[in-house]
Design a protein around this ligand. Structure first.
Ligand code: 5GP
Ligand code: MN
Length: 346
């Protein structure tokens, strides 16, 4: 199977209602005084940045706002500079049946961990997202599968609600945009993405500070971890149908030995993926009875479809899945789903 450039891999066709229902989303927000916001587990810059930007905008409108994400309820070190962290409450404090629930950057309800059940108990569920594999699990959808970040959708909704961007809101949106575009390097960095960045910078975002916090700030132990993980990396040119696979792994012991939090392992794949001999890079994060697998493609293999086949999801060039078992089981699953994965035509 071949996926033409721009097409959404694994996009479900059974979505009820439009993918981008601005009018319904705006009406839902305007008719609720209290709004509960949730984003995906182990939040990244786009998940947390988009959610906090929207929370700050709602607070400006006078709404009561609660924001949360599933356990482990720990804000990654690289995101602790984000404005609006005071909106966060632990998942145990999220109301059992919110009137209005808005989800951010979650491609499926399962990505909300123990908060997934709130999708069924909430009165209205607005899904703000940009994943190719989004399952359309809300009652109102704001899904732009072409957008480089969920922040693109969120900025539009904020504008439609008549809230002016201030520096804290713009900083959250800029962090989200920079995080998911890989500092404006990845596919999806369109003129529209740069135009949004320009609008945010004009508000007064300190781009250098945001990017240093997001990408260029680690405890020294991270450098030791990087050396370890690169040292044990394997290049397998025959995998991914001959397009090549480079992979490595991280264990709980690696993190414990270096006294590192788990979020320090998230950026390793950005180094591994630069190996030009392999179209696909994989990092297996095995900290217990399951491994979380991160996959990235340099442009030829639809890893979003591959991860969907493995029970996960994501984007065409950046995706992940969770597998029960150790790293031997996990890498076998990676090889298998890559063999069957659709190719992307340039
Ligand atoms: P990462 O490899 O950084 O964990 O994730 C890459 C992308 O794939 C992110 O956009 C993330 O939200 C998405 N993703 C990662 N794991 C899963 C998963 O298990 N299910 C779904 N639906 N998306 C995932
Ligand atoms: Mn995202």
């Amino acid at each position: 199977m071949t996926v033409a450039g721009g097409a959404a891999a694994g996009a479900p066709s059974g979505l009820l209602g439009p993918e981008l229902d601005w009018a319904a989303a705006e009406a839902a927000v305007r008719s609720h005084d209290e709004v509960v916001l949730v984003c995906h587990l182990n939040p990244d810059g786009d998940a947390l940045g988009s959610m906090l930007a929207f929370g700050l905008a709602l607070r400006q409108r006078g709404s009561r706002v609660l924001a949360s994400f599933p356990e482990p309820f720990v804000v990654p070190e690289s995101l602790r500079f984000l404005p609006g962290l005071e909106l966060l409450v632990p998942p145990s404090q999220v109301p059992a049946a919110p009137g209005l629930l808005v989800t951010f950057d979650a491609g499926s309800a399962a990505r909300l961990g123990e908060l997934a059940g709130r999708v069924a108990t909430a009165g209205v569920v607005v899904v703000a997202d940009h994943h190719a594999t989004n399952t359309g699990f809300g009652t109102i959808h704001l899904i732009d599968r072409q957008a480089v970040a969920t922040a693109v959708v969120v900025e539009e909704l904020i504008r439609r609600l008549g809230v002016d961007l201030d520096v804290p809101i713009a900083t959250c949106l800029y962090a989200a945009l920079a995080a998911d575009s890989g500092s404006f390097r990845h596919a999806g960095t369109t003129p529209a993405a740069h135009a949004l960045a320009s609008r945010l910078l004009a508000v007064g975002v300190r781009s250098a500070v945001v990017c240093r916090e997001l990408f260029d700030s680690h405890p020294f132990g991270w450098h030791r971890l990087l050396a370890e993980v690169l040292g044990r990396a394997r290049l397998e040119p025959a995998e991914a149908g001959g397009l090549g696979l480079v992979w490595s792994w991280v264990s709980a012991a690696d993190l414990a030995d270096l006294d590192l939090a788990a979020d320090q392992a998230e950026s390793l794949i950005d180094v591994l993926r630069t190996a030009r001999e392999a179209d696909v890079a994989a990092v297996l994060k095995c900290y217990g009875p399951v491994c979380h697998v991160s996959l990235r493609s340099r442009g030829r293999v639809d890893v979003g479809a591959a991860c969907l086949a493995a029970g996960g999801g994501g984007h065409r060039l950046a995706a992940g899945f969770t597998v029960e078992g150790d790293r031997t089981v996990a890498i076998e699953r990676v090889r298998a789903v890559l063999t069957a994965a659709p190719r992307i035509t340039p």
